[in-house]
Design a protein around this ligand. Structure first.
Ligand code: 3HC
Ligand code: NAI
Length: 696
């Protein structure tokens, strides 16, 4: 087995190489190897300087997250980095790939930093509910100032080597042979230069205070409810006010407090769940088909968004529309996205031209003859979709993949319009498709493995987070949404206002409540669906007509200026509407329901019970492969707070027996709606959790 850390020499310079594929995570073995190598090189009188470099694709991308659920073994990373910084000889960190978290902290503790222009550096700990715990909060502000350090730690996204160079975080960029360049650099250096002694970043006290104030505001508004952002602010304050050693100890205490929190456990779960969702049986059995040219049919909200997503990732796209007028609208929908960026100064005209050069529009399906995949995003009507697929079947090359962005329609009903059903899948994007990360990949019976693998390959190209879903109405997300949406409607009819329900949901950590979300998406979509389902509903099922009454008045949400909320003068955030409250009371009176009070706690208990119970049915029917896929769906498609990990992770913590008990109690009033999933009952009986199913 290769050693995770090797020490070699080139003349009088020691080279310490970290080799722990795939991302050189700083496991215990790596920390030990690094610590030993540094001590040995520092003690060797023949050695004049030390270079630390990563093997393979990257400098270390951080601590080994897999070790976070066990007690941390010595040597601790902060101690290893302190030892690096205390070396008597100049230490050069040579960066390539992604130097993140603990990896970047090693670089900050080294005396000098050299990098390839393609390298990226960053402190993404906040995305794991953590803060940089190996000196990052103490060294970074000393180098680049409190404002930039807080921005880097709050965003958690990596910055380019060039930006890092401009900010004084990297000393030199080099093209070509990084190892040789680092050796040359080390040979020039005379003495150590310790970041802990740097003062430049913190010299302007007023600037530090302003940065701390600004960050506190962000932590209590946009990031409200989260522990790590507030702790990061505290650490930067300590950096500005305490000696280095005291600040370092304070940081360490804060790090372990965050690590012990449920928030961090939720976010670490979300990190691994996201990676696990891309691992599906089909992709392990088959290679994706070639994918270098895309077709999109329909240039409305979704077609245009999908086109933008594809153009942005470098794919050429042909958009097909019904006629020239619709095509012009489709192209305008695409260009609008870029024009907004230009207006905000985030894109130049030449960048837009460069992207739009990959775009072509047409009204002729025959122009799709050479594309590798087509995504259909026309009206949500079976006859229209079947017509499109029949035409595609005639013109596409034999191995092309056909995909539908339908929200609810059975993919089999669509694919049977073709003579190549095994090449048809669902690709369910979320609106706005160029922004939202989730992509449900719907796999009907009989879909070829390599076709499914191509769907997953597309997700990777587009930077989307794929989740495999079975071909069931509403797939994973919208099916479950339907259930807890009904539960919210029941509570509304029983006495909770939509505003109380939304407040409870926001308080739980969602960016918006379900009624605000309905208003944003357009109430007419659900109304159309309910009208289409009329006659198929079980008469025993409780039906709440409030949303229908709202739609009958022509109030479809934000786009019409009112829905559940009022949006005067094009406002983006709604205000409660007394007329809606009166309308609800009238509906309640029709059914002779006496309004009762709901606490926020009861609202969330019922809402989440409906969500998790339906999720169990989705699992039991094989529509989702594992509970963590449902977590990924709700975190990335429906705004479930990431720091809670997802509904299934949340339910494990809440307790499945307690949940089953709650459902039993709710069923006393409405036994039709509240039928406990047999899977939930089985898990409770066998003492298992959703996490056990994830492992299985
Ligand atoms: N620890 C353990 N495993 C890690 C890891 C880490 N820090 N980073 C990535 N991995 C694993 C992934 O789980 C995945 O494993 P799998 O193949 O078994 O699913 C594999 O490495 C490859 O990762 P990706 O699929 O994500 O590969 P990409 O090329 O898409 O992305 C990356 C690479 C940008 C490095 C991305 O993996 C990433 O962002 N990693 C996390 C980085 C991070 O959060 N670092 C901070 C850690 S906390 C810390 O350092 C605390 C310190 O302050 C004390
Ligand atoms: P839309 O009404 O904005 O756009 C549909 C477009 O398809 C129109 O521009 C229309 O001209 C075009 N079109 C219709 N028939 C066509 C044909 N035969 N050939 C070529 N073009 C044709 O609709 P939207 O919202 O973009 O939805 C499209 C699909 O995406 C639907 O199936 C919908 O259910 C689904 N979807 C919608 C989401 C949303 O939030 N709007 C989210 C996820 C999926």
């Amino acid at each position: 087995m290769t050693e995770p850390v090797t020490l070699s020499t080139a003349g009088t310079i020691a080279i310490i190489e970290i080799n722990n594929p795939p991302v050189n995570a700083l496991s215990q073995a790596v920390r030990q190897g690094l610590y030993d190598a540094v001590i040995q090189a520092d003690a060797d009188t023949e050695i004049t300087a030390i270079v630390i470099i990563g093997a393979g694709r990257s400098f270390p991308a951080g601590a080994d997250i897999k070790e976070f659920d066990q007690p941390m073994q010595d040597p601790q990373l902060p101690d290893v980095i302190d030892r690096i910084e205390n070396c008597e000889k100049p230490v050069v960190a040579a960066l390539h790939g992604t130097a993140l978290g603990g990896g970047f902290e090693i670089a900050l503790g080294s005396h000098y930093r050299i990098a390839l222009p393609s390298a990226q550096v960053g402190l993404p700990e906040i995305h794991l509910g953590l803060l940089p715990g190996a000196g990052g909060t103490q060294r970074l502000p000393r180098l680049c100032g409190a404002a930039m350090a807080l921005e880097i730690m709050f965003n958690g996204t990596a910055i380019s080597a060039k930006e890092a160079l401009n900010a004084g975080l990297i000393d030199r960029l080099v093209e070509g042979d990084l190892r040789q360049a680092a050796l040359n650099y080390a040979a020039e250096l005379q003495a150590p230069r310790r970041t802990k002694d740097a003062t430049s970043g913190l010299a302007d006290k007023a600037a530090v205070d302003a940065a701390l104030h600004n960050a506190t505001q962000i932590a209590t508004s946009r990031m409200r409810g989260q522990l790590a952002p507030l702790k990061i602010v505290d650490c930067v304050r300590a950096c500005a006010t305490k000696p280095f050693a005291d600040g370092r100890l304070f940081e360490s205490d804060c790090f372990f407090e965050c690590l012990a929190s449920e928030q961090s456990k939720g976010m670490i779960h979300a990190f691994f769940a996201q990676r696990a969702s891309a691992k599906v049986p089909e992709a392990s059995r088959a290679q994706p088909r070639p994918l270098s040219h895309l077709g999109v049919v329909g240039g409305g909200t979704m077609g245009a968004g999908i086109t933008v997503a594809a153009l942005n990732s470098g794919l050429p796209v042909i958009m097909i529309e019904r006629d020239h007028e619709a095509l012009a609208r489709g192209q305008a929908n695409v260009e609008k996205v870029y024009d907004r960026l230009i207006a905000k100064g985030r894109m130049s005209l030449s960048q837009k031209s460069e992207i739009m050069a990959r775009y072509r529009g047409s009204t002729e399906f025959a122009d799709l003859s050479q594309v590798d995949m087509v995504i259909e995003a026309v009206f949500e009507r079976l006859d229209v979709k079947r017509g499109v697929f029949a035409q595609l079947d005639k013109v596409l090359k034999p191995d092309a993949v056909l995909a539908s962005n339908t929200s609810y329609i059975d993919i089999d009903e669509i694919s049977s319009a073709t003579n190549r059903r095994e090449q048809v899948i669902g690709l369910h994007f979320f609106s706005p498709a160029n922004i939202m990360k989730l992509l449900e990949i719907v796999v009907p019976q009989g879909a070829a493995d390599d076709v499914v693998a191509t769907g997953f390959a597309l997700a990777k190209i587009l930077g989307k987070i794929p989740v495999r879903a079975g071909n069931s109405p509403g797939f994973i997300g919208n099916r479950i949404l339907g259930k807890y949406g009904d539960c919210a409607a029941h509570m509304m009819e029983d006495g909770a206002t939509p505003y109380e329900i939304d407040a409870a949901i926001v308080d739980f950590g969602y960016p918006m409540g379900i009624h605000a979300m309905y208003d944003l998406a357009g109430l007419d979509i659900g109304w159309d669906n309910r009208k289409a389902a009329q006659g198929q509903r079980d008469p025993a099922e409780r039906y709440v007509g409030i949303a229908d009454r709202i739609c009958e008045r022509g109030w479809f949400g934000q786009k019409t200026g009112r829905g559940f909320y009022l949006y005067p003068d094009g406002a983006r955030i709604g205000t409660p509407d007394p007329e809606i409250v009166a309308l609800i009371e009238a509906e309640r009176a029709k059914k002779s329901i006496a309004a009762r009070k709901f606490t926020a706690e009861e609202i969330m208990a019922r809402y989440l019970a409906a969500m998790v119970n339906e999720a169990c049915e989705v699992l039991r029917e094989g529509v989702a492969l594992k509970p963590s896929d449902i977590d990924v769906t709700f975190v990335h498609g429906y705004g479930f707070p990431r720091y809670r990990g997802g509904p299934m992770k949340y339910a494990d913590r809440y307790g499945l027996a307690r949940l089953l008990d709650d459902i039993g109690r709710y069923a006393q009033d409405d036994p039709v709606f509240w039928q406990a999933s047999p899977l939930l009952a089985e898990l409770v009986a066998s003492g298992q959790t959703f996490n056990d199913l994830n492992k299985g």
